[in-house]
Write a protein that binds this ligand. Sequence first.
Ligand code: AP5
Ligand code: MG
Ligand code: ZN
Length: 220
Amino acid sequence: MRIVLVGPPGAGKGTQAQFITSNLAIANISTGDLFRANVSQGTPLGIEAKKYMDSGDLVPDEVTIKMVRERLAEDDARDGFLLDGFPRNVPQAEVLGAMLDELGTRLHAVLELVVDDDEVVRRLAGRRTCRTCGTVWHVDFDPPTRDGVCDRCGGELFQRDDDREETVRHRLEVYNDQTAPLIAYYADLGLLIGIDATGPVEDVTERAIAALRPLNHDWS
Ligand code: AP5
Ligand code: MG
Ligand code: ZN
């Protein structure tokens, strides 16, 4: 199954991606995570991307598209994937459509996580991420047992540089200007499924799986 996950910063895309991809046994591909891995390794791609990420702007399309093209060519993506954070504007969506055409395949669904701006700001202000395994926590909504330590692997938790309040506000503007038009784009293609992404994490996962499972007979 091939899915795109869309929603504003802090909607819970990364949180839900972990559960959805393990439930459906598909590859979990997050462009934000790929960029952050490059930043922490100091690669040329990471150095280029960081300039944009720190201000909350989109990394240029040609850089992003090249990275996604390479990632989709890896073995684990052949039998299905969930894309978290890509596409992020209509030109990226058009390129993705063309890439899948070339591979003789297509998207099965675009899942939109629907939450309002106030909730997004609350979620991002308290987000902590594990430096070792990438698991996402929240100091109030999903706290680890010990402050600053990942329950899953014992790794150190950190706060993302782009979660400062003014950067969050800019990321929301960028989402509304550049990414929100994808909602209509994919609705026109008959691919859009919107789910309420408020409430406990497990409830959101249940809604997502309930929306996606019926499409499962239709893999190709
Ligand atoms: P990216 O990493 O994709 O950031 P984002 O879209 O801003 O989304 P986030 O990762 O901030 O939020 P999320 O929806 O994953 O929420 P999470 O699950 O963590 O992109 C970062 C940057 O990379 C961009 O700004 C851009 O520069 C660049 N980039 C990436 N892709 C690109 C592209 N295609 N083109 C160009 N540039 C690109 O959850 C948030 C918090 O809420 C957590 O603390 C979590 O524990 C908590 N939470 C989750 N669910 C719930 C719940 N149900 N109830 C309460 N709390 C919850
Ligand atoms: Mg994320
Ligand atoms: Zn961890």
